[in-house]
Design a binder for this molecule. Structure first.
Ligand code: ZN
Length: 310
């Protein structure tokens, strides 16, 4: 015991002395789980109850509190209430993601329609103990005109909501689509390669947005990872969490992440939206060589998954 403690402190001394004098120890990047679009329909390969249990168990195992962004139309039922109740009971934040998932950047989506749809969602979530006034824009689209963008931002403020920004955007939903398409054709196919792809994809996107945030802001920020309530995460969320931990990321509760002042920023970009880090970078005009639009999409993953035969 003594020997082990001595060795540990000796190792700490060696590690500390390897840094030049005056250099602060490198800060561990922090990250929180945020999950969108809880649903009682996840396809024929898994029941929502099993999926939900797996996801909640993975979070529980790591003592993590996530933020759940609820799109009302997917849980507007007795089973939907049961699903949300399970998240609420487990202590996760219950937040809004609109009722109908309208794309606010579509010209046909008017401010009035979008604002009414936002209001329509609140009755489904406001009675939960962990109801939190955080709003996540569907598909991270914050408006195609300055009028729509600014009018809805003002409405959110007036209604006491903050934006539940994503900093690390990704396409987990597409990996799930591909996995389910494979299972349709080959019910006995292994899902593991899809889990491996998911982990690698999320680590890659996290490294990209972390570096971009460092370059734009000059310091670390707590990150919010976008995941969806899908079968792929029911199977592999635990692998995702441990892979990030192995890579040096520190998992934190979503509430702690959203407390950071960076989440109050309102980038003046058009079309507005994407990852908060993407939008802050875009706003500077200095990172266009690193910014694609949209920030993430299935079209970026399709050729890679095709090449892997997934
Ligand atoms: Zn969504």
């Amino acid at each position: 015991m003594y020997r082990r403690e001595f060795l540990r402190s000796a190792a700490t001394l060696v590690a500390a002395s390897a840094l030049p004098l005056g250099t602060p120890a490198p800060e561990k990047p922090r990250i929180a789980v945020t999950m969108d679009d809880p649903s009682t329909i996840l396809g024929r390969n898994i029941s929502w109850r099993e999926a939900n249990r797996n996801i909640l168990d993975a979070l529980e195992k790591w003592s993590l509190k996530a933020a759940l962004f609820v799109c009302g139309m997917r849980v507007d039922s007795a089973q939907g209430k049961e699903l949300l109740g399970q998240w609420d009971d487990a202590g996760h934040l219950v937040c809004s993601h609109s009722y109908s998932h309208f794309n606010f950047n579509a010209a046909k989506t008017t401010y009035d329609d979008f604002a009414a749809d936002f209001e329509r969602n609140e009755p489904l979530i406001k009675s939960y103990r962990r109801f939190t006034r955080l709003f996540r824009y569907p598909s991270l689209k914050e408006g195609d005109t300055a009028e729509k963008r600014d009018q809805f931002r003002a409405q959110l403020k007036q209604r006491g909501y903050a934006v539940g920004h994503v900093t690390i955007d990704a396409s987990d939903w597409y990996v799930d689509d591909r996995m389910n398409a494979r299972l349709e054709k080959q019910p006995a196919a292994s899902t593991e390669p899809y889990g491996d792809y998911l982990v690698a994809h999320l680590l890659d996107r996290a490294a990209f947005y972390r570096q971009l945030a460092l370059d734009v802001l000059g310091h670390e920020i707590p990150h919010t990872l976008l995941l969806h309530h899908k079968m792929i995460n029911a199977l592999y969320l635990e692998d995702v969490i441990s892979a990030f931990s192995d890579k040096g990321w520190q998992w934190i509760d979503a509430r702690r992440a959203f407390d950071d002042p960076v989440f109050k920023r309102q980038p003046q970009t058009l079309p507005a939206g994407e990852s908060l880090v993407w939008a802050l970078a875009k706003e500077t005009g200095r990172f266009d060589d690193r910014l694609r639009y949209p920030g993430e999409d299935d079209s970026y993953e399709k050729p890679k998954m095709d090449a892997l035969g997934l």
